[in-house]
Write a protein that binds this ligand. Structure first.
Ligand SMILES: C[S@@+](CC[C@H](N)C(=O)[O-])C[C@H]1O[C@@H](n2cnc3c(N)ncnc32)[C@H](O)[C@@H]1O
Length: 351
């Protein structure tokens, strides 16, 4: 028996969801064409004023402005027919250096849409999908999505939450950043700790090329290099610190990687892992962030792990208990949650 009221309520929710999904290309256009930047701090603007400032067509500007106001991204004053980007929204859309910038996240969502046919097939076959086969430069978008969190947290909050690590980094330590992707995390650490040496490893060659070029263009800290290697067989030894930012759950064989990291660390070394924040039970993760994380997990993290040896496919919402089990199976005995943000947890792992 259909409850008409519940049906109408659910349809209302679906309109909200459809609106969010349909807004993705508009947000990306706003970022790429500099429309949010043109409005940032500019006060109320008409569509003609935005069009002139951003060098775009007035007709498109008018439609984009109305959609953005309907989304709650802009405010609208009907008397003056002017739209305004509030300063809080500017932090999210206009300021790429802000910890709250979400442009990369929407690029990553767009890449997931492009990969849908491959994932759809994988649902039936049970096969994995190589990280490099994901469409739309998913790896660049993931790098851009995570970077604001790293700029705001790695040096300021996460490394200081680890026992004695900052003092070692200041004196001069050997560090490996495993699964470094586009290398922003490695670069941020290398710049902050010039006496230490940093190697970023990733098994995806285009990511390593991107990381190397980025470090060079950004005034490349001399204490950093990048190499193609798997988490199970990178060459560095006698390390003081190993970092894994949003990587462990993507690995095919996270236990094998944990064992290799265990062998590569000095006896008093530290392994720092950043993972998506998640509870241990599915029901703990059924909120707004879990929704986003399970989407990325289904479309990218699980397929990438299944494409590798073992194919453990922990998923992006594995939770600390499961992660601890994997880490300890690799030979470590101490795991502690050292820090957390609304989106991530940081684990400190020691022999
Ligand atoms: C979600 S991305 C995170 C990238 C980067 N750490 C960051 O925070 O931007 C996961 C990364 O793990 C890498 N990866 C997956 N499996 C790997 C493996 N077995 N060995 C090395 N890297 C791996 C991918 O290439 C990808 O760069």
């Amino acid at each position: 028996m259909i409850d008409e009221r519940k049906l109408q309520q659910f349809l209302g929710k679906m309109i909200v969801d459809l609106g969010a999904a349909a807004s993705v290309p508009l947000m990306r256009i706003g970022v790429r064409l500099g429309l949010y930047k043109a409005m940032d701090g500019a006060g109320p603007m008409t569509s003609a004023e935005l069009a002139a400032k951003a060098n775009i067509s007035e007709r498109y500007a008018r439609e984009w402005l109305a959609q953005s106001a309907a989304s709650g991204y802009l405010t609208y004053d009907s008397a003056s027919r002017r739209f305004e980007l509030p300063p809080e929204q500017a932090m999210v859309f206009a300021n790429e250096e802000s910890a709250f910038f979400t442009g990369g996240g929407f690029d990553a969502v767009a890449a997931l849409y492009q990969t849908q046919p491959l994932v759809e097939q994988a649902f039936k076959s049970g096969d994995g999908i190589d990280w490099g086969d994901h469409a739309g430069c998913l790896f660049c978008a993931i790098g851009a999505m995570l970077r604001p969190r790293y700029s705001a947290n790695i040096v300021q909050n996460w490394l200081p939450a680890l026992n004695g690590v900052v003092a070692k980094l200041e004196r001069g330590a050997e560090v490996a950043d495993i699964g470094c992707g586009t290398g922003y995390s490695t670069f941020i650490m290398a710049k902050a700790f010039p006496n230490s040496t940093f190697v970023g490893y990733d098994f995806h060659e285009p990511s390593i090329d991107h990381a190397t070029a980025y470090a060079r263009q950004s005034g490349g800290a001399g204490n950093i290099r990048f190499e193609v290697a798997k988490a199970k067989d990178f060459s560095a030894k006698d390390l003081d610190l190993v970092t894994c930012f949003d990587v462990l759950h993507d690995l095919g064989d996270p236990v094998g990687a944990a064992a290799h990291i265990c062998r590569s660390l000095k006896p008093d070394g530290t392994w720092m892992l950043m993972e998506p924040l998640a509870g241990d039970a599915t029901e703990d993760n059924l909120g707004p962030f879990g929704r986003v994380a399970y989407a990325f997990s289904t479309m990218a993290c699980v397929p990438v792990s299944l494409s590798q040896e073992v194919g453990m496919a922990l998923g992006a919402q594995a939770g600390q208990a499961k992660l601890t089990e994997v880490i300890k199976a690799g030979g470590f005995s101490q795991v502690r949650r050292a820090a957390e943000t609304p989106l991530n947890m940081v684990l400190e792992v020691r022999h």
